[in-house]
Design a protein around this ligand. Structure first.
Ligand SMILES: [Cu+2]
Length: 296
């Protein structure tokens, strides 16, 4: 297991180096403004995974692109080849007298052991990924995220000013230049770049699911339960996600929007947000529960 992990991390390093040099090559061709604002959302007609903004998302993309896709492609082509071979070679015309073979020890051992070995090869990086996602580094900022029918609510902790707000999808008629249909929201969650953000996720009604693919974050929002995930965004920009659990009639209309900014910009936003979204002005369930001491 351990030597396997070392091999895989070696492969991963080579892969991310190749990707980094490809990105550097691309960067030379792109306008600097395009680089300053990374946008984490799917492009129309896009194939493949969304661009990664965290180490975990990069690992997920590597796992999918460099390991799972090649394995499933080879298996699919192999099975297709076998089917064509059987159809051509063993049809009634080509093979009028069929063999009466019912048993082959070698074949049976092979089709048991080879799939097990493939699964072991997949399991090693898979468990490594789970371990990365479930090992929480010390958090610089903890946000509470509440799924509601049908929007998300964000609560910032006492140290950041003790405020919270609801985040609704922007209706199509309110979209401005640069906004994205079905993704842009009225109030984005703002977080600092390069900091560990811990998310405590719950729901006020039915089960929702909080997903931001560019962060490699995916976790259910379950009423009465506090689930956790974390991310550390390497790049500034806008990152979008969507509720990924069928949660009712407006399931498709509750996007998740995170703006990752530099420390100074974050502080500036914080001082405005503290006033705009103070809990006293806009009370929410959590403020009431907290006041009652239920969550302490
Ligand atoms: Cu939902």
């Amino acid at each position: 297991m351990i030597s396997g992990t070392i091999i895989f991390s070696g492969v991963k390093t080579v892969w991310s180096r190749a990707k980094a040099s490809a990105a550097a090559l691309g960067a030379g061709l792109m306008a600097p403004s395009a680089l300053a604002q990374e946008i984490g959302h799917a492009e129309p007609g896009q194939m493949g995974m969304m661009k990664a903004a965290t180490g975990i998302a990069e690992y997920i993309n590597w796992f999918h692109d460099a390991l799972l896709m090649p394995i499933i492609s080879v298996i699919s082509l192999f099975v297709l080849g076998l089917l064509i071979y059987v159809v051509v070679k063993f049809n009634a015309k080509a093979n009028p007298v069929p063999s009466r073979t019912t048993h082959s020890t070698v074949l049976e051992l092979a089709w048991s052991i080879i799939p097990v070995m493939i699964l072991v090869v997949i399991a090693i990086p898979s468990f490594r990924l789970l371990n990365m996602q479930l090992t929480f580094p010390r958090a610089d900022l903890t946000l509470k995220v509440t799924g509601k029918q049908w929007y998300w609510a964000y609560d910032y902790p006492k140290e950041e000013g003790d405020f919270g707000f609801d985040s609704f999808i922007k209706p199509e008629k309110d979209l401005k230049a640069g906004d994205l249909r079905m993704l842009s929201v009225d109030n984005e969650a703002v977080v600092p770049v390069g900091k560990v953000v811990r998310l405590q996720i719950t729901s006020a009604d039915v089960i929702h699911s909080f997903v931001i693919q560019s962060f490699g974050a995916r976790i259910d929002a379950v009423p009465g339960r506090l689930n956790e995930t974390w991310f550390k965004a390497d790049r500034e920009g806008m990152y979008y996600g969507q509720c990924s659990k069928l949660c009712g009639k407006d399931h498709a209309y509750m996007p998740i929007a995170f703006r990752v900014v530099g420390e100074a910009q974050y502080r500036a936003w914080l001082s405005d947000a503290k006033k705009k979204f103070a809990h006293a002005a806009a009370p929410n369930e959590f403020a009431e529960i907290n006041a009652a001491g239920a969550l302490r």
